[in-house]
Design a protein around this ligand. Sequence first.
Ligand SMILES: Cc1cc2nc3c(=O)[nH]c(=O)nc-3n(C[C@H](O)[C@H](O)[C@H](O)COP(=O)(O)OP(=O)(O)OC[C@H]3O[C@@H](n4cnc5c(N)ncnc54)[C@H](O)[C@@H]3O)c2cc1C
Length: 337
Amino acid sequence: MTELNESYDVVVIGGGAAGLNGALMLVRQRRSVLVIDAGAPRNAPADGVHGLLGREGMPPLELVALGREEVRGYGGHVVTGEVVAVDRVGDSASTDSPGNDDDSREFRVELADGRSVFARRILVTTGLADELPPIAGLRERWGHDVLHCPYCHGWEVRDQRIAVLATGPMAVHQALLFTQLTDDIVFLSHTAPATDEDAEKLAARGVRVVDGEVVEVLADGGKLSGVRLADGTVIDRDALVVGPRFSTRATFLTDLGLTPEPHPSGVGDHIPADPMGRTSVPGVWIAGNATDPMAQVGAAAAAGAMAGAQINAELVMADTAAAVERLRASEGAAVTG
Ligand SMILES: Cc1cc2nc3c(=O)[nH]c(=O)nc-3n(C[C@H](O)[C@H](O)[C@H](O)COP(=O)(O)OP(=O)(O)OC[C@H]3O[C@@H](n4cnc5c(N)ncnc54)[C@H](O)[C@@H]3O)c2cc1C
């Protein structure tokens, strides 16, 4: 088991695109950094990462393995593990009052294996969980021919026979986006039939609407072959588009006062933060899908990098204010002495 320091400048919780890019920024500023990662990036089921400049099509786990090595190359620690709790153990005002430079034990981070470390700052990048519709045979095909995002794998199913499963109002939007990629789309009304206005849009773009509840996703020879409706009707298809509910994987922050809130888009929940990644709790930062469910890999990495840079700046200012206080104290002592 990797030996950990007792404390770090920053503990990064989650080592996907956001966490590793945040860590990379920090280690290159000579910060001591620990990345704790459970090893299951959200896109792990997919064959490749798409839409990412310079790494187009790279397998997701290969991308994070490269990132881990880059962070380690600058002296960062990266360990596999799951964080179960984060407590503030220092003076809760210290991250607000930059004069306090003795904040090396501000937070205590606890791992599932019983280990714990201290940190001055926390960067949370644990991503989100995709809650899939509970239909037989669907989960097994997730990330392959059951998909959600035209930008991630739309190209891979271009010109195929696609069905869009309607579980919410976003399904119409998804169906319309996929018309850019194929002429053969079936809109499965399932639990969210289209409004008259939306049905007109679908008809105008040549999307066929099929009413009825979907009860099973069918496969043949290791590939999706269609869906079965409750009345037994089988619709032959090559791919199925679904709309998961996005659920942030940062519930261990509740004791710090950070609870997931509904995301304004209505697609699930998240932990709110400002554009730099600063949460409402001083010293706790967040980036990637844990706060922004819409972020793809490039956007998650960029948000992690931004948060990393901001954390470094905050620590520099805290250390500077503390140094000024010490200087003044020593000058005052010299005068009175
Ligand atoms: C099937 C699928 C395919 C996709 N394809 C693409 C694509 O082609 N291109 C693209 O740009 N985007 C794609 N995406 C979106 C992409 O997955 C996300 O944009 C990206 O993963 C977000 O990065 P992140 O760092 O925020 O989170 P993640 O990559 O999910 O990383 C979070 C990490 O934190 C870890 N973690 C979670 N909880 C804990 C804990 N308590 N303690 C320690 N570690 C923890 C997880 O194990 C994981 O390793 C796809 C998504 C899906 C679902």
